[in-house]
Write a protein that binds this ligand. Structure first.
Ligand code: DON
Length: 575
């Protein structure tokens, strides 16, 4: 790594004034970027520009998605990745919609109780950092599958911009500079290759410094020139396997060679005349979201209004029911049988809705008493990343991918320069233990060799009368499903534009712990008091999610993009 602050400051000033002039020309009075030539919105301004550049060069939305994802692996290292996994929903202008599942898999050497200590307690350190935390990465295969099926430009052309960013370096913004300094001093410290990749040789990173990621550049160049095989069978696979073997990790060359991304049929639902196209298992997001919308369809939310205690109560009750079913039933479809048709049916939602008391909170423990056991504490982190893309023809991509926690396992593969995920923590780690703190121990999501861990990532596309309407998604662990549901609800049920739908306050309830959290100061105290009087435990929290959203006007063929201002460097870029 090296730094040359002065040159980069000039460079970034030039880039800033360029992007400012572009933005002025395109941002409307409501704060949305408006484009008829397509839009790319991500949490990294550089990555959004890379995606928009691909659209400008004649690439379609899938080409732009692949380029944006690889760029995020360079410029947004907390969550953008090639050492993790994720999900992509693609809707083509023809109306065909599909999904790409590139979720990580448990290594073949993993066991159901590998994260329990001698006393049978979950050892959370083992899934937080280090060599037992990663699942077999899926990102490179997933992006390659999407590109092979639906891309237009040569693979090399969509991967090389990221390789160049890593090799030539890019300027750090203040948030990333701060984040890297913190990581290098703390969580990455035990891993010399991580410190070598992301530390600054002298002193600490400042905004405007250039970071060069030489090894990552070489890895991305190999992927660009030789395709995904370079990652799964070539020297990169050798490097991962060697890193694991040296340090007691489980991923082998056999695991890597066997990894397949999968194209799966989307989960579909309806709300207020809109059609929702979203992610099936091994993400729980689509099923839970459709279940919530089906329940909410039974109530008139407009009359009391979006922010009334009555509506918020019904939304919480819908969330509670969808999340208990998530815990009861959902896992990897290649390993478990799930009643998906029933969970997403109108009949089932009607039965659930009929048991909601309009003035009183349901007890979560009562609702799930068949699966709840007493005991300990669980947490889930907030680092994943969403990007949303529409091209000039109206093809659309929603993609969410992650390393799980910020910077994943914190382990950089020596010589290959990329971070490995810590996604194994998304499995149910203790069979039979489902507790009021939020641990889940049900059978569907227990660890098994080769199995995909259950996710909440919910990339989503909404259509109306067969025409593209909306592209959205979010990070946020278990909050993801609710964030995405609320953004879609705001637009489809309450007519909000993309900016309003994204800026609106967010609420989260995940069945257990039995607590409704609201973003800080989002709602008046009187509203929270009414909810408490109904029996809800209500708390306030920091920001929830990062839901970059595009609403598409199919008549004028215009995309309206709202980056989520909850993330500092996010940007909607037009070609
Ligand atoms: O797949 C999942 O649901 C989680 N591993 C996602 C993690 C996440 O969103 C963390 N941050 N935002």
């Amino acid at each position: 790594m090296k730094s040359d602050r002065h040159a980069v400051t000039l460079l970034s000033l030039a880039a800033l004034s360029l992007s400012a002039s572009v933005l002025c020309a395109q941002t409307d009075s409501a704060g949305m970027v408006v484009s008829k030539r397509g839009l790319v919105i991500s949490s990294s301004s550089i990555a959004s520009d890379v995606g928009a550049g691909i659209l400008r060069r004649g690439g379609n939305a899938v080409d732009a998605a692949v380029a944006t994802a690889f760029a995020l692996a360079v410029t947004y290292p907390g969550a953008g990745n090639i050492g993790g996994g994720g999900f992509m929903v693609v809707r083509l202008k023809s109306g065909t919609a599909t999904t790409i599942d590139y979720r990580e898999r448990a290594p073949l050497g993993s066991t159901q109780t590998m994260y329990l200590d001698a006393n049978g307690k979950i050892d959370r350190k083992l899934t937080a950092t280090g060599y037992l935390a990663p699942g077999v990465p899926g990102t490179v295969r997933g992006l390659a599958l999407a590109h092979q099926r639906y891309g237009k430009l040569p693979w090399r052309d969509v991967v090389m911009p990221a390789a160049q960013l890593a090799t030539k370096g890019f300027p750090l913004d203040s948030e990333l500079a701060r984040g890297l300094n913190r990581e290098v001093a703390q969580a990455m410290k035990p891993y010399p290759a991580s410190v070598a990749a992301y530390g600054k040789s002298t002193g600490s990173w400042q905004a405007g410094d250039t970071i060069v990621l030489t090894d990552l550049g070489r890895t991305l160049t190999a992927i660009a020139t030789r395709g995904p095989e370079a990652f799964y069978k070539g020297w990169i696979a050798d490097s991962i396997a060697a890193e694991m073997q040296r340090n007691g990790g489980l991923i082998t060359k056999k695991d890597l060679a066997a990894y397949q991304a999968k194209e799966r049929a989307p989960v579909r639902g309806q709300f207020h005349g809109y059609d929702i196209v979203t992610m099936p298992p091994p993400s729980s997001g689509g099923v839970a979201m459709v279940e919530m919308f089906n329940i909410l369809s039974h109530f008139d939310l407009q009359r009391p209004g979006r922010w009334s205690p009555e509506t918020l109560h019904l939304v919480i009750e819908a969330m509670r029911r969808a999340y208990v079913d998530r815990a009861r039933y959902l896992g990897d479809p290649d390993f478990v049988k799930m009643p998906l048709a029933r969970l997403t049916s109108a009949k089932y939602a009607a039965a659930l809705a009929s048991h909601i008391d309009r003035s009183k909170a349901t007890s979560s423990v009562e609702l799930g008493k068949d699966i709840v056991t007493p005991t300990s504490v669980a947490t889930e982190s907030d680092e994943t990343t969403q990007f949303s893309i529409v091209d000039a023809d109206g093809n659309a991509v929603s993609n969410t991918f992650t390393l799980e926690g910020g910077y994943g396992s914190h382990v950089v593969v020596r010589g290959a320069g990329f971070l490995l995920n810590n996604e194994m923590g998304d499995f149910n780690k203790k069979p039979g233990e489902t507790n009021v703190q939020g641990d889940i121990g049900t059978a569907a999501n227990l660890i098994a060799p080769g199995k995909r861990m259950l996710s909440s990532m919910s990339p989503t596309i909404v259509t109306k009368n067969g025409k593209l309407f909306m592209v959205t998604g979010s990070p946020g662990g278990r909050t993801i499903i609710n964030t995405v549901m609320e953004v879609v609800l705001n637009a489809t049920g309450f007519g909000m534009n993309a900016r309003e739908a994204v800026d609106a306050p967010r609420l989260h309830h995940q069945w257990l712990p039995d607590v409704a959290t609201f973003e800080h100061d989002a709602l008046p105290d009187s509203t929270l008091a009414r909810l408490r009087a109904m029996g809800h435990t209500v708390e306030q929290r920091g920001r929830q999610g990062d839901a970059h959203t595009i609403i598409f006007n199919a008549k004028t063929r215009t995309a309206y993009g709202a980056n989520d201002r909850r993330s500092a460097d996010s940007k909607a870029s037009a070609p």
